[in-house]
Design a protein around this ligand. Sequence first.
Ligand code: NAP
Length: 310
Amino acid sequence: MRALVVDHTSPGHLSLTDVPDPRPAPHEALVRVEAVSLNFGEVHTATGPELPDGTVPGWDAAGVVVRAAADGSGPAEGERVVTLGEAGWAELRATPATLLGTAPKDADPGALSTAPVAGLSALHVLRRMGPLLGRRVMITGASGGVGRYAVQLAARAGADVVAISRNPAQADGLRALGAHEVHPEPAAVRQPVSAVLDNVGGQHLVDAFASLSAGGTLFSVGRSAESDVVLPPDALLGNEGRHDRSIRTFFLLGDSTTVFSADLTWLAGELAAGRLDPGISWRGPWTRHSEAVQLLLDRRLHGKAVLEIG
Ligand SMILES: NC(=O)c1ccc[n+]([C@@H]2O[C@H](COP(=O)([O-])OP(=O)(O)OC[C@H]3O[C@@H](n4cnc5c(N)ncnc54)[C@H](OP(=O)(O)O)[C@@H]3O)[C@@H](O)[C@H]2O)c1
C-alpha cells in the first residue's frame, strides 16, 4: 500500500511511498482510508528529528471497512467508519473496535476525519467540567481544531462561551459556532469564568487561571504558545472569592482502556447531520501534503487540514 512516511532525506521530512500492508490482529478491522486530518502535534513530531525514517504517522482517519475483525467485534465489511490510532496516513489501517466509530454511509470522510483527536479531546474535557448550563466557559486557542469543536459543544451544552483568538478575522466565525464573547487574549476578559479549556499555555494559561471564579478549574490541554507558564506570586492566593481553584492536566490517550467507539459514532452522526461544523480550512489530495503541513507548521491554518487519500 501507499503511505505518507517520515523521510528525513526529503525537504519536508515526509514522502509518499510503498510500505507493507498492516496485518490486523484478531480484534482489529482493516479499513481502507479515504481521508485523514492533520493535528499540529503529530505534524510537529513527524517533521522533527524524533521519529526514524519509514515511520507512518497519523492519528485521525476515516474510511470504509474492507475486512471486519476476525473475532467478530466492531463493524461489518462495507461500513463507513472514523478511526483513532497510529499509522493513519496510509491507504489501509488496522483498528480495534474501541478506537472506531461508525458513520452514516453518505457521510463526508473528510469531515469525519476531523473528529478523533480534536472532537474527542473537546468532548472529554467538557464532560470533566460537569454540567455547563448557564455557566461561563473560556476556550483558548478557540480558532484551532480542538477549539472549534469545544466552542460548539460547550454552546450546545448551554454554556456562555468565552472564546479567545488572537486573530480578529476569526471572531465572526467563532460567534457563528456559538461563542457569546470573543476576546484577543484571556487578560481582556472582565467577568470571571467557571471553567477553562486551555489549548495555548504560557501567558494565556496564567491569565485564564486568574479569571477563574471560586471552585473553578482550568483544564490544560495544549501548549500552542510553546512558552513557559510563569505564575506571579499572588496567582495562587485564594482570597477575594477565588478560593478552591485548580489546574488539571488532560491527555486524550492517557488511559489505554478508554473505549471511544460510542463518542466517535456520536460525533460522526452530528457531523453527517450538519449539526457540527468540522472546521476544515484546507482540503486537498495527499500528494499535496507538504503544502498543508507547511501551512500548519507556520500557524497559517485556522481549523483542520484534510488530506484525501487515493
Ligand atoms: N492533551 C491532549 O490530549 C491533546 C489533544 C489534542 C490536542 N492537544 C494540544 O492542544 C493544542 C491545540 O491543538 P489543535 O489541534 O487545536 O491546534 P491548532 O489547530 O494549531 O490550534 C491552536 C490555536 O491556538 C492559537 N495559538 C497558536 N499559537 C499561539 C500562541 N503563540 N499564542 C496564543 N495562541 C496561539 C491559534 O489561534 P489564534 O491564532 O486564533 O489565536 C490556534 O488556532 C496543541 O498544543 C495540541 O498539541 C492536546
